[in-house]
Design a protein around this ligand. Sequence first.
Ligand SMILES: N[C@@H](CCC(=O)N[C@@H](CS)C(=O)NCC(=O)O)C(=O)O
Length: 235
Amino acid sequence: MIDLYTCATPNGQKLHIMLEEIGLDYTEHWIDIGKGEQFTPEFLAISPNNKIPAIVDQDGPGGEPMALFESGAILFYLAQKTGRFLPADPRKHWDVMQWLFWQIGGFGPMLGQAHHFNAYAPMNPSGAVVLPYAQARYTNEAGRLYGVLDRQLARHEYVAADEYTIADMAIFPWCRLYKRQEQDIDDFPNVKRWFATVGRRPAVERDMGKLEDIVDGWDPESWDVSFGDQQYQQR
Ligand SMILES: N[C@@H](CCC(=O)N[C@@H](CS)C(=O)NCC(=O)O)C(=O)O
């Protein structure tokens, strides 16, 4: 049994998809990051970086519980545990790993900053100035990264190893929010085709159904917890 600590964000969604795909028993624990639930001692014991997603595998190595944080590490762990969505062939394996790391080190953080400066920073309740430079920088970098992905998908049905893998699961949820990154998906026809293919998978459809119920937005309190004093005075 897997305990999944999550919320309705792209990094959480990766794990919802993987757990639906592999069919292991799991229980969701929703962490309200707008209310500061990521700072409780219980959650920090599992995820010391105060971020979702995290898991506790009650049947970890040696049959003992094991806690893990960082979405890429968790995807890799679950793929190894089940032998699914990460090919054993070394060339295919490393093709998947390089695209997984590309998402964790680039596509996620850069698109996250595009979200921040385009959508969240203008809602700053203290009225701090939003830098046009920061907006342009991360919008441009997001566009560059979509171009890299689009060229890869022009030559391959899936992102890596010519099959559906944990690399697709890591990248897909970030593409869901292309409007918030100020991108036009029609500029990236291969990403659009792949996004539709992955989105039709039953496991992904089940997960998207859950996310539709979540209202997205910030009030002054949740903004402060995520980006203001309450984030940085905690520790
Ligand atoms: N590199 C991490 C990023 C996780 C992350 O940024 N999580 C966000 C939600 S998407 C979070 O929990 N934020 C709460 C906070 O920063 O206090 C991963 O891939 O797991």
